[in-house]
Design a binder for this molecule. Sequence first.
Ligand SMILES: Cc1cc2nc3c(=O)[nH]c(=O)nc-3n(C[C@H](O)[C@H](O)[C@H](O)COP(=O)(O)OP(=O)(O)OC[C@H]3O[C@@H](n4cnc5c(N)ncnc54)[C@H](O)[C@@H]3O)c2cc1C
Length: 394
Amino acid sequence: MTATLPRPAADEGLRDRVAAVLPVIRDEAATIDDRAVFPAAGLAALRRSGLMGLLVPTSHGGLGGDLSDLVDVAVALAGECMSTAMIWAMHGQQVAALVAHGSERLRAELLPRIARGEVYVASVTSEKGKGGHLLTAQAALRRHDGVLHLERDAPIVTGGEHADGFLITMRDAPDAPPDAVSAVYADRAQLELSASGSWNPLGMRGTHSGALRISGRVGGHQLVGAPGQFRAVAVRTFAPAGHVAWAACWLGAARGALRDVLALLRSPAGRRQFDLGSELLRARLARVRMELDSMAALLAQCLRDLAGDTDPEAVPVQLRLNALKVFTAERSFAAVDLLVELVGLRHGYLRDAPLALERRFRDLRSASLNYANDRLLFANGTLALLDRGVSLAW
Ligand SMILES: Cc1cc2nc3c(=O)[nH]c(=O)nc-3n(C[C@H](O)[C@H](O)[C@H](O)COP(=O)(O)OP(=O)(O)OC[C@H]3O[C@@H](n4cnc5c(N)ncnc54)[C@H](O)[C@@H]3O)c2cc1C
C-alpha cells in the first residue's frame, strides 16, 4: 500500500467512486462537527457510490474488495472528515464479519442489500459495566422456539439512530458465562430502539455515537458465528478488520492535515508568512513525515500478514495488529499536535481556521479511547513474554 490513491493495483472504478464522494463529505465536515450531527449527505453519497458494498463479494452484488481496498478508501475519506470515514470504516468492519461468518441464508438475504447501499450496519459491542471489553458480555440472549430474543443497553453506538442494521454481541444464554459471547445481526425493522442521553463530545462529533436501548426478536439464522463462539469471529476477522480500518482513518486524518499544511506553506501567502528555510520548521516537517511513513509501514505489514497464509492467531501477527491500533492512535495524534505547533495559533488553533487542524486534533484525541489502548498494551505485554525469539517482520 502507498498512502496515495490509487495504488498501482487499485481499480479505476474504485478511484472514481471515491472521487464522487469526497466533495460531499468535505462540504459538510465543518457543519456536522459544529452541530454534532450525523453526516446525512455523506452517507447518502456513500450509499449511491457502491462503497457500502466494497467488501461484499461480487457473487452477492458487491465490489469484491479486500482490506487493502478498505484502507485506501478510508485513508482518502479521513483526509476530509474523520467522523464520516469512521462511520464508513466501522460499517466495513461489520460487513467483513458478516461475509466471513454469516450463515448461508443470512448472507443471501443481507449482502445484496448492503451492496445496493440499502443497509448501513452499526456496531454494538460496548456495554455498561464491562466497558469496551470485546470478548465478554453481560446481557443474555433468550431462545424461544428457535427465535432469539434481545434486550440490550448500548452506551455508545456510532450512527445508531441512522443505521439500518446492527451487529450486536451478547452473552449466549442466561446461564452462560460472560466469555460465552454470541454475535447477532438484527435489521432495524426487527428492533425497538430508544435513544437516551446526548452526544456532545470533544471530537468525532459527526459520528453521533449516542446511547441506545435495544429490544427485539431475530431468527436463529441471524447468529454470526457459532453460538457462544464470538471469540473466533473477533480474532479471525472482526478485530483485524477493525484495527486496520481505524488505523487507516487515523493515518488518513493525519495525512490530510500534513497535505493541507504543505499547501499553505507553499502558497504565495504561506511563503510570505513562514520561513521555509528555517531549520526548526524543516525538522518539524521531517518528524511529521516520519510519523506518517512509520504508521503506513506498520499498516502495510499488517495487510501483508492478513492477506497471506499466516494464521491471524499467530503471536507475532496478534502483536502487530494490536500494536497497529495503539501506535497509529498515539502517533497520528502526535503528528497533528506537531503540525499545530508548526503553523501556530492563527492557522492551527482557531476553530474557524481553514486548515481544520483543531478539528483533526480533537477527533484524533478519541483514538486511544476507541477501544482503550491500555487493554491492548496489557495483551501485548503478555504476548511479548511468549515470543522469546522476538520474531519481527520486514
Ligand atoms: C468515537 C467513538 C465511537 C465509538 N463507537 C462505538 C460503537 O459504535 N459501538 C460500540 O459498541 N462502542 C463504541 N465505542 C466505544 C469503544 O469501543 C469503547 O468501548 C469505549 O471507548 C471504551 O470506553 P472506556 O474509556 O470507558 O474504556 P474501558 O475499556 O471501559 O476502560 C475504562 C478504563 O480502564 C482502563 N483499562 C481497561 N482495561 C484495562 C487493562 N486491561 N489494563 C489497564 N487498564 C485498563 C482503560 O484505559 C480506561 O481508562 C466508541 C468509542 C468512541 C471514542
